[in-house]
Design a protein around this ligand. Structure first.
Ligand code: UDP
Ligand code: MG
Length: 154
């Protein structure tokens, strides 16, 4: 089967990342890697929206504090497309706990605390599809890039 160069992942810069001026740093890494940006917006989601996004974690003790943190300012929501986008996106983000994230990862370079880890990335293709539908009900942007054959062997 041909490699799927259209896999999509939902990447979000959390309020601490936005406040600290890291939107450019983080988006630049995905751009330079070769991924294609197909949606992006700065948004202040409601509590209900964030609880839906994190519904799998609702029983965790850190859940209320984490929702409070996510409500502390706007987030920068993005969809990136490309080969192995979900898994590679998670590798680029680093471990959930930044102290366990290697240097060169986003969390490993810019964060220290699990509850202030500056970014979110989908953890499976199935969850990516759900998250993209939740955050971008208006749909994504369709366009072709001129340099696709310089990124992929096509
Ligand atoms: N989180 C936290 N304390 C914990 C574990 C997680 O505050 O002990 C927060 C952290 O910001 C994390 C988010 O909850 O990014 C979602 O947790 P998940 O396990 O899905 O980690 P992720 O997928 O973001 O790496
Ligand atoms: Mg997660």
């Amino acid at each position: 089967m041909a490699p799927n160069i259209r896999e999509r992942t939902y990447i979000m810069i959390k309020p601490d990342g936005v406040d600290r001026g890291l939107i450019g740093e983080i988006t630049a890494r995905f751009e330079k890697r070769g991924f294609k940006l197909i949606a992006a917006k700065l948004v202040s989601p409601s509590k209900e929206h964030l609880e839906k996004h994190y519904e799998d974690l609702c029983d965790k003790p850190f859940f209320p504090g984490m929702i409070g943190y996510m409500l502390s300012g706007p987030v920068f929501a993005m969809v990136w497309e490309g080969l192995d986008a979900v898994k590679t996106g998670r590798v680029m983000l680093g471990a959930t706990n930044p102290l366990q994230s290697g240097p060169g990862t986003i969390r490993g370079d810019y964060a220290l605390a699990v509850g202030r880890n500056i970014c979110h990335g989908s953890d499976s293709v199935e969850n990516a599809e759900k998250e993209i539908a939740l955050w971008f009900p208006e749909g994504l942007v369709q366009y072709s890039r001129s340099h696709e054959a310089k990124v992929y062997e096509i």
